[in-house]
Design a protein around this ligand. Structure first.
Ligand code: ADP
Ligand code: MG
Ligand code: MG
Length: 252
């Protein structure tokens, strides 16, 4: 069993107007096999949390800690974080010109495992997972994220998740821009990864829709750079009915 622990995390960014504090003391503990939904209004700092866990250089950590089984994640490079078992799927994935999906996946797998996967078994595994995600075979010859539709980007993320077998996955707005069919397929992939490898999930979302397909064990409401309320899935149901107004009025 693994634990990802975030303690009193404070993060700021540099803007034209000076330093802007975004995360103002975030506490969060996720263990293997748990699915934590991070919900909240736009601009509350959800993506900032995801980028900070990922090690994006734009985000300055001013205080607090992130540890994975006691190891200091903030001291790790982006690659070291991936090797330690952290997987980050971003709201705005980048294009990688000239690198095909097939090469990208194989390179990532090799980097994370420390050895190349056996060619025969690997190709078969990739194909099986692509089938499950209803991805066309020709997809693996395309360049990463180049001209991908929203749905293709999300399927590619979940394909990575299933192949790389991380300990913890941070999924930022994996539901955005998906029609119901694609949402179901993507959710099934997350659920498979959760069931087969005891994956811990941080599921960041503005809407409750994806929580019909991925059942959270914990729900955290993020407001103004902090966790404003925590509960079980009943809290998500409540948000579906009431929205975030209650928190925003309290804050004003
Ligand atoms: P969320 O994902 O909850 O919508 P974000 O983490 O994207 O929230 O943003 C939190 C706040 O930080 C917002 O006010 C946003 O405008 C600001 N912010 C985040 N990243 C940047 C950036 N790179 N440049 C300027 N402002 C940013
Ligand atoms: Mg946003
Ligand atoms: Mg966001």
């Amino acid at each position: 069993m693994s634990t990802l622990e975030i303690r009193d995390l404070q993060v700021s960014i540099e803007t034209d107007q000076g330093t802007k504090p975004i995360l103002k003391g975030v506490d969060l503990t996720i263990s293997s096999g748990e699915i934590h939904a991070i919900m909240g209004p736009n601009g509350s700092g959800k993506s900032t949390l995801a980028y900070t866990i990922a090690g994006h250089p734009r985000y300055n950590v001013d205080g607090g800690t992130i540890t994975l089984d006691g190891e200091d994640v903030l001291a790790m490079s982006v690659d070291e974080r991936a090797r330690a078992g952290l997987f980050l799927a971003m709201q705005y994935p980048v294009e990688i010109p000239g690198v095909t999906v097939a090469n990208f996946l194989r390179t990532a797998k090799t980097a994370i495992d420390g050895e190349a996967p056996a060619i025969r078994g690997w190709a078969k595994t990739v194909n099986e997972h692509m089938d499950q995600l209803r991805m066309d075979k020709s997809f693996s010859a395309r360049n990463v994220n180049e001209g991908f539709s929203g749905g293709e980007k999300k399927r590619h993320e979940i394909l990575q998740l299933e192949l790389l077998k991380p300990r913890f996955a941070v999924l930022d707005e994996t539901d955005s821009g998906l029609d119901v069919d694609a949402l179901k397929i993507v959710s099934e992939g997350v659920n498979r990864a959760h069931e087969t490898s005891d994956l811990g999930v941080l599921l960041i979302t503005h809407y409750t829709r994806i929580l019909r397909y991925i059942q959270p064990t914990h729900v955290h409401v993020f407001v103004n750079g902090r966790v404003a309320e925590e509960g079980g899935r009943e809290l998500a149901d409540r948000l579906e009915d009431e929205g975030y107004d209650r928190y925003l009025t309290a804050q004003a």
